[in-house]
Design a protein around this ligand. Structure first.
Ligand code: 13P
Length: 284
């Protein structure tokens, strides 16, 4: 089937209390691994493409690979811009064929974030593209984003509810204590914020920084209203470990298929595990 908007599966996820994974793509092998995992698990899925990944892969390659994956697998797959930083990049992605976008205005004051996000929602919804907004700042490093721990700030629930009422985004990312990248200790997730906001808004909460979050915390978050969970670092760690081990053991190995193939398998296994944990298996 063609790429779908996140509204194809997120309302059901919120209602039935499961979450759909956003798995960031970095190259062809990621696209293949995530799609294979989705096929084996019969799970809907979201390809996340950051601005850095788009620069690396090329905008049209990102769209072409994702379209082929959706068409050949028959799965409901959304191609989603991750942390879009401007109206311009959002429009460029929609024009190229993205079915979903995130506009990350979290570093702006609330009023400005609402104003800019509304503009994105109006344009995106006019062409059937879903939108994710963000409030509060999520710590850690991801591509062009680098937020020091002391600068990360949790979302204020009243602000988040107002943000949703005014923008009507389809998915609401709020900072609740997770961070991009691996954790040194255990993340302290504010379930009370998730619950309070989720009850008052008509969209699921998005949990960024899904890598390294303990299984019980993921399940608890979903039970309180998280319906979309982003994962990138765990796939990078798993696939790079395989490549490193293979090249260290086999210094003469030069055929990329010999190390990227096993790296792809490693990503597939991580993604399958997340789909089961998130409860999205069997929901395609
Ligand atoms: P991780 O890299 O920590 O899994 O976070 C991914 C993410 O939130 C993408 O927006």
């Amino acid at each position: 089937m063609p790429l779908v908007s996140m509204n194809y599966f997120l309302p059901r996820a919120k209602e039935e209390k499961f979450a759909v994974g956003q798995f960031n793509i970095n190259n062809l092998e990621y696209v293949q691994a995530i799609t294979e995992a989705g096929k084996e698990e019969r799970s809907p899925l979201i390809f996340g493409a950051s601005e850095g990944a788009i620069r690396y892969m090329g905008l049209n390659n990102v769209v072409a690979l994702s379209r082929v994956a959706a068409e050949e697998s028959g799965l409901p797959i959304a191609l989603h811009l991750d942390h879009g930083s401007s109206f311009e990049i959002v429009m460029k992605c929609i024009r190229a064929g993205f079915s979903s976008v995130m506009f990350d205005g979290s570093h702006y004051p609330l009023e400005e974030n609402i104003r800019l996000t509304k503009k994105v929602v109006e344009a995106a919804h006019a062409v059937g593209v879903s939108v994710e907004g963000e409030l509060g700042t999520i710590g850690g490093v991801e591509d062009d984003l680098d937020v020091a721990e002391e600068d990360a700030s949790l979302a204020n629930p009243e602000d988040a509810i107002r943000f949703w009422e005014e923008t009507k985004v389809d998915a609401m990312a709020i900072a609740v204590g997770t961070a991009h990248g691996m954790y040194k200790g255990e993340p302290k997730i504010r379930y009370d914020i998730i619950e309070k906001v989720s009850r008052q808004i008509g969209a699921p909460i998005v949990l960024h920084g899904g890598s390294g979050v303990p299984d019980e915390s993921i399940q608890k978050s979903i039970s309180f209203g998280v319906g979309k969970i982003n994962v990138n670092t765990e796939n990078q760690v798993a696939s790079t470990r395989v490549v490193r081990e293979l090249l260290e053991k086999n210094p003469d190995m030069i055929d990329p298929r010999k190390y990227l193939g096993p790296a792809r398998e490693a990503i597939k296994e991580v993604v399958k595990g997340k789909m089961r944990l998130f409860g999205s298996s069997g929901k395609a």
